[in-house]
Write a new protein. Structure first.
Length: 295
């Protein structure tokens, strides 16, 4: 339905139908060129060759003329780089943030242990602030967050649904305050609204530590690049999939290809040396999931 855009010529309809079929085959796991290793071969117009600096290559393809257009909401709204792991998301966002002009501002978190999660006050001595600052969790910002005016960010928490401030909402930063930022919403139902995002206390849903961390920080993450899982629900004109390592769980590749509105908008750079052939990428599909659904 996202691919259908009204009146189409026969050629355009056939092209969309072909891309649609390819996406569905990825989704149901019926398309494999190496079924033992769960690998599919990429069409030549979708795959780009790796280079000595693959991160710069994918940035250049997905964000052309970045210096001239980084302040254009439409330009930023319609494109993103996706990758499987958070570590690479941080590197890509930092690299792109450094390209944007301006000094920006660094926001540091305030970390503490939730008193209700521990039995004695001695826990504060066992886990000093320096240790807490180094902890990293999915869905929780790190100790330091560097932001610049004009950069796109994504909300990590539901703040006010009536104002469109929901988990996954994207904004463009317009003002960097001391403890908050102001920005314009560029996705969802309240596009164009100017809103303030304050620091809030966040805690990880899952943790291997014997305490609950309270981290007071802006509930934001730069979103030039984002994880595949975080991109769910987004609709984009230009999607670049960067694979330093292959996807690692069911349906991730389908999420990527189904984010894009046209075949021409999808680019994949496979930089995983373990596969051997950069035109072969992994597609993990657990077919028992569909069997359980049909039953």
């Amino acid at each position: 339905m996202r691919l259908y855009n009204g009146s189409l010529t026969g050629f355009e309809a056939a092209k969309i139908a072909s891309f649609d079929k390819w996406m569905l085959q990825i989704g149901d796991g019926s398309l494999y060129d190496d079924i033992d290793r769960q690998l599919i071969k990429l069409p030549s117009d979708i795959a780009i060759n790796s280079s000595q600096d693959p991160m710069k290559s994918i940035i250049k393809v997905i964000y052309p003329s970045l210096l001239q257009k980084y302040n254009d909401p439409t330009y930023l709204t319609e494109r993103a780089i996706l990758t499987p792991k958070n570590e690479m998301v941080y590197e890509l966002n930092e690299m792109i943030m450094n390209i944007i002009p301006g000094e920006g501002r660094a926001y540091f978190s305030s970390d503490s242990i939730c008193k209700a999660s521990v039995k004695t006050n001695d826990e504060d001595l066992l886990y000093p602030a320096e240790f807490l600052h180094g902890l990293k969790f999915n869905g929780i910002p790190n100790l330091e967050m560097r932001l610049k005016e004009g950069a796109p960010v994504m909300l990590l928490r539901n703040l006010n649904q009536t104002e469109g401030l929901c988990n996954g909402t994207r904004l463009i930063i317009r003002h960097l305050g001391k403890w908050s930022i102001r920005g314009n919403i560029i996705s969802g139902t309240n596009i164009g609204e100017n809103v303030t995002i304050p620091r809030i206390i966040m805690s990880p849903n899952e943790s291997r530590w014997p305490f609950k961390l309270n981290r007071r920080q802006l509930p934001l993450a730069p979103c030039f690049a984002m994880t595949i899982n975080k991109s769910q629900g987004q609709s984009l004109k230009h999607v670049g999939l960067y694979l330093p390592k292959q996807v690692f769980t069911h349906g991730q590749l389908y999420v990527v290809v189904s984010r894009v509105t046209t075949r021409e908008g999808l680019i994949i750079l496979n930089d995983d040396d373990e596969v051997g052939d950069p035109t072969l990428i992994k597609n993990i599909v657990y077919k028992e999931v569909f069997q359980n659904t049909h039953s």
